[in-house]
Design a protein around this ligand. Structure first.
Ligand SMILES: Cc1cc2nc3c(=O)[nH]c(=O)nc-3n(C[C@H](O)[C@H](O)[C@H](O)COP(=O)(O)OP(=O)(O)OC[C@H]3O[C@@H](n4cnc5c(N)ncnc54)[C@H](O)[C@@H]3O)c2cc1C
Length: 418
């Protein structure tokens, strides 16, 4: 069977891996040239974290949105602008804010994330690829004892579903993350998730792609932007790209935030809105440092990871359409925090600045599997957690294409026409 995967971000590449493990001929079409800035995969925070499976639509989300309209300094910036796509998305998002929906969505997302982390472990054993992973857990730190108490009870929901957690006081946090020593008075403590991990999703995608090309019937066509589809009898017969026409038996849409634009050409309405985030990547001063736990300042909404010889710090959720432009001031909050808590760790004057788009659905759940077109499968809408979810969703979509039953309940993730 010949399968064509549209999009070479972490979701497209993992899908290609699981399809090629089933002996299929796989072609990945990626709009960017090799080494280009490919989607949200290129600069995300690097957390592999079922601990971040909380659905964004919750009973308190409206309060956060109103706060963000009044305070432009907040990490979340909901901007009211003339974008009907944003209004439609917001209406659906609000319909997911009921407590019962939040419980359902968070539960489904958490189970998928755990499944994905299990699949990632198998993939690492099978391929032995290097993506500067660290298996040292993630610390969710808070600046005041009262916030730390609230944070701990917030995590009860995931702990009840099997997430392992430890509560760290200030000394415990500094023991786990000795690099924070300079900021000895900043944090009251942290909730620590020992089984979570960090790693560079861009390096992972390139390395896994290389592994697939060398070991399976998989090829990549870089710089091939899918422009339109030819269709017959409710099936795609070929795709037209900037590098010519490509045909296959089945097609997988995995184009991140741009998936909705492509699906619209096929009259499929995907509820995905691009939510912009920022990161900086700075070279470490001491490149011989041991791997370190991931870290999240839950009061400032800033996450950080160390990948081999570099520090990645990331933040913000800005509702601003497909615009990925950025200004120096967008990074000020991240830079200030990095210099406050890790002043001598990285060379911040040599930092690279990046902005990317989270492909966010109103429910925070990805959309997986069959679509209204007979031979088109969806692997889209991974939102704030696509790096964590990629191995699980890639495996599920490959199973469905091979007519095999996925090992998780996929009904929460199926496409529902409006
Ligand atoms: C600031 C930030 C921090 C984040 N932190 C984390 C984190 O710590 N942990 C986590 O799990 N997730 C995180 N995420 C989310 C995660 O990065 C995304 O969910 C994930 O990268 C989505 O992967 P994807 O492959 O679906 O999309 P993308 O990575 O966006 O890849 C889509 C690919 O499709 C290609 N494409 C688009 N249109 C076409 C076309 N017409 N033809 C061919 N190719 C096309 C693009 O060039 C791109 O390479 C973060 C996201 C952001 C923005």
């Amino acid at each position: 069977m010949n399968v064509l995967v549209i999009g070479g971000g972490v979701v497209g590449v993992t899908t290609a891996y699981y399809l090629s493990q089933k002996g299929m001929n796989v072609t990945v079409l990626e709009a960017q040239e090799k080494g280009g800035d490919f989607g949200a995969t290129a600069g995300n925070a690097g957390l592999l974290s079922p601990s971040d499976a909380f659905a964004w639509a919750s009973p308190s989300a409206l309060k956060v949105a109103i706060k963000s309209l009044l305070n432009s300094q907040l990490g979340i910036q909901y901007k009211l602008h003339m974008d009907p796509a944003l209004w439609g998305w917001t209406a659906s998002f609000l319909s997911q804010c009921r407590s019962s929906k939040w419980v359902q969505n968070t539960d489904s997302k958490f189970r998928l994330a755990q499944y994905s982390i299990d699949n990632l472990a198998d993939l690492r054993l099978a391929t032995n690829i290097n993506f500067d992973a660290s298996d040292q857990g993630i610390a969710y730190a808070s600046r005041s004892p009262s916030n730390l108490k609230k944070l701990r009870s917030h995590f009860n929901f995931l702990e009840d579903r099997g997430l392992k957690l430890e509560l760290l006081d200030r000394d415990g946090l500094h023991e786990k993350l000795p690099l924070l020593q300079a900021s000895s008075k900043t944090y009251a403590g942290a909730v620590f998730s020992p089984n979570c991990k960090t790693g560079d999703s861009a390096k992972f995608s390139l390395e896994l792609g290389r592994w697939c090309v060398e070991n399976t019937k998989c090829r990549f066509v870089w710089g091939a932007s899918v422009e339109s589809f030819l269709q017959k009898n409710n099936k795609i017969s070929s795709v037209l790209t900037s590098k010519g026409e490509f045909k296959a038996d089945a097609y997988v849409l995995a184009a991140g935030a741009h998936s909705g634009i492509l699906a619209k050409q096929l009259d499929i309405k995907l509820p995905i809105y691009p939510i912009k985030g920022f990161s900086i990547t700075a070279p470490l001063i001491n490149t011989k440092m041991k791997p370190m736990s991931g870290f999240d300042d839950t009061d400032k909404l800033v996450s950080l990871s160390i990948f081999g010889d570099r520090l990645r710090i990331s933040s913000s959720a800005v509702f601003d359409g497909f615009n990925t432009s950025h200004r120096q001031q967008d990074f000020q909050g991240i830079l200030n925090l990095a210099k406050e808590i890790l002043p001598d760790v990285a060379n911040y004057s040599a930092a690279k600045y990046w902005a990317g788009l989270r492909p966010m659905t109103p429910s925070s759940l990805p959309i997986l599997g069959p679509s209204p077109m007979q031979n088109l499968y969806l692997n889209v809408g991974h939102g704030n957690l696509g790096w964590t979810l990629a191995c699980g969703t890639g495996k599920i979509v490959a199973d469905l294409i091979a007519n095999e039953k996925p090992r998780v309940n996929i009904s929460p993730f199926l496409f529902k026409a409006k």
